[in-house]
Design a protein around this ligand. Structure first.
Ligand SMILES: [Zn+2]
Length: 123
């Protein structure tokens, strides 16, 4: 897998922790801008389509316009992207697979074994 392998620690909001690893792709400023612009384009594209919906466009157009700003800003603040990873649930020891997602610490995944929210932080 591409990216940088880093050590992580998973917890379920108490003192128990379990180790794991994640593959991370860190973005440079140019890539961050690209991600932000892409998100803005998607949401503003939806906003433009909503102009065609009678009545609801009063709500939907400004909504998607602001959502575009919100997600573009979030995307810009993300340090990079999690390509994947693996850890175990500190509560029930079920394997927890980290899905591909934007990197915003802490990463959260739902344990498939006990349905607890597993918080994943840098080790
Ligand atoms: Zn669990």
């Amino acid at each position: 897998m591409d990216g940088q392998k880093i050590e992580i620690l998973a917890n379920v909001s108490d003192e128990r922790q379990s180790p794991g690893f994640a593959y991370i792709e860190f973005f440079n400023p140019a890539q961050k801008t690209q991600v932000a612009i892409k998100k803005l384009a998607i949401f503003w594209g939806i906003a433009l389509l909503c102009v065609l919906i009678p009545v609801f466009h009063f709500v939907l157009v400004p909504l998607f316009f602001f959502l575009g700003f919100y997600f573009a800003r979030r995307g810009y603040k993300a340090e990079g992207q999690v390509l994947g990873g693996e850890t175990t649930c500190p509560h029930c020891h079920t394997q927890v697979i980290i899905k591909k997602q934007e990197l915003n610490w802490p990463i959260t995944e739902i344990c498939q074994g006990c349905a607890r929210v597993v918080r994943i932080e840098k080790a």
